[in-house]
Design a protein around this ligand. Structure first.
Ligand code: ATP
Ligand code: MG
Ligand code: MG
Ligand code: MG
Length: 437
């Protein structure tokens, strides 16, 4: 992609309305634009990252055996009356009336709708286990939308829903999601800690929030440092096998959010391993049994022919919130430092002298070779000062910068910079291409 033909309206000034660094950097790097409180347009650079995050989430959901669907954003109020949540949900729900005076709503979550899909077609235990997910926009009329995409009103969520014959099987489904989440967040360059979370009126211990430690996090969290070094299950994990040892290893050290915090249990953690910090909730998994299947009549016949309400769980990931969370975890004074896995482009190719024929030619050759090797390249071919080019590249945080100018080219050399470490190397053109491809 050529910068001269791209849409990257970088801001020179730091926007005053942004309270935290990720929000400031997303606005400055022109990734998003606020349209109303908590409602954003995704500009090209932001959309590329959003799509890459969604792709990783999708790959790990699929690997765990979940199946993708797509449900609508607008739902009928009647469905929510069946579960009793239409009135219970309160002001966070955006309620809409259509031209026939029918009550509709913009979905804040999809338990009712997925239960409706399930009950319409699944009858037998033989069709289970089943886990259906989608990646779809949600609307919650948050009292205080803030911190940019971290707490938006319209936001992108991955939500999965599992269906099983009984609690034991439902726990297996829960474990699959638990492990998929560990893998997902690590691939996004994050250390997310599963923490015991409030299960509300249902009780039990089957709810975990996946939390990123960050000073700007909205919840107070407490955990054992040992969790920061536990190994993440590999790509070869057998999701049809018993995953409970992995879940046990991850749930044995102390970890809880404020609501579930137990000072007595925390006192048992060795002093030097105690972490009391702030955290960002990037995912949440939940087993809720027959809460929706019972009132909505989602039943399956067991081997004995008797019909019973299906046991369900739901599993969310804040896909759009993750952009903010990743930036909170990975930036410096100059700007964003994208993990390789989600960077909007792999390489920023800087032409120090656009209009100089040999430099333009060399840049075109490098661009072709990198792209042929499957890398995405943003080429700065705009006639601006070198200082401005470097600052913009640092701000948008691409993992590699390749700097090409007439002086270096005279001896066949270019400069390669790794954004994360700031390390710069002057090497031959071929060596640079070899390094990147
Ligand atoms: P929070 O405690 O931050 O309000 P929640 O517990 O209400 O989140 P869930 O219902 O568990 O959210 O939804 C699943 C995931 O969706 C959350 O873990 C979070 O990552 C994301 N999410 C929830 N609300 C928002 C929001 N307003 N903006 C962006 N992402 C959100
Ligand atoms: Mg909430
Ligand atoms: Mg929460
Ligand atoms: Mg939650």
């Amino acid at each position: 992609m050529r910068l001269s033909r791209y849409f990257l309206p970088i801001l020179k000034e730091t926007p005053k309305e942004a309270e935290i660094v990720s929000h400031r950097l997303m606005l400055r790097a022109s990734m998003i634009r606020q349209q109303s409180a908590g409602i954003y347009s995704w500009l090209p650079l932001g959309l590329r990252v959003l799509d890459r995050i969604a792709d990783i989430v999708r790959e790990e959901q699929n690997r765990s055996g979940a199946i993708e669907v797509l449900m609508p954003t607008v739902q009928s109020a009647d469905l929510w009356r069946e579960s009793g949540r239409y009135d219970a949900y309160g002001k966070e729900m955006l309620r809409i009336t259509d031209r026939h005076e029918r009550e509709m709503l913009y979905g804040p979550t999809n338990e009712e709708m997925i239960t409706d899909i399930f009950r319409a077609s699944v009858r037998s235990y033989r069709d289970l286990p089943l886990n259906l997910y989608h990646i779809q926009w949600k609307f919650r009329d948050e009292v205080r939308p803030r911190f940019g995409v971290m707490r938006g009103r319209e936001f992108l969520m991955k939500d999965a829903y599992s269906f099983d014959t009984d609690m034991e099987r439902a726990k297996e489904a829960y474990n699959r999601m638990f492990v998929a989440y560990l893998r997902t967040f690590r691939r996004l360059g994050l250390t997310a800690i599963p923490m015991r979370a409030d299960t509300g009126p249902i009780g039990g211990d089957l709810s975990h929030e996946f939390i990123i430690l960050a000073d700007t996090g909205e919840s107070a969290v407490f955990c054992d440092k040992a969790l920061l070094d536990l190994p993440i299950p590999g790509e070869d994990t057998d999701f049809t096998g018993d995953l409970s040892p992995i879940v046990k290893a991850w749930t044995t050290p102390y970890a809880a959010t404020e609501e579930m915090h137990d000072e007595t249990a925390f006192a048992g953690v060795p002093e030097e391993r105690k972490v009391a910090a702030r955290g960002i909730e990037v995912g949440h998994i939940f087993y809720f049994g027959t809460k929706y299947s019972e009132p909505m009549g989602a039943k399956v016949a067991g081997p004995d022919g008797t019909e019973r309400p299906v046991h369900m769980g739901s599993y969310g990931i804040g896909v759009s919130r993750l952009l903010g969370a990743i930036i909170e975890a990975s930036h410096d004074d100059a700007g964003i430092i994208w993990p390789d896995s989600v960077a909007p482009f792999d390489v920023g190719l800087i032409n120090l002298k656009p209009g100089d024929a040999p430099t333009d030619e060399a840049v075109a050759v490098i661009e072709r070779e990198l792209e042929a090797a499957g890398l995405s390249v943003l080429t700065d071919d705009v006639d601006t000062r070198a200082g401005a080019k470097f600052a913009a590249m640092d701000l948008i945080g691409l993992p590699w910068q390749l700097i090409v100018g007439p002086r270096g080219l005279a001896t066949g050399e270019v400069e390669l910079k790794r954004r994360a470490t700031g390390e710069r190397e002057t090497i031959s053109l071929e060596a640079a291409i070899n390094r990147l491809t």
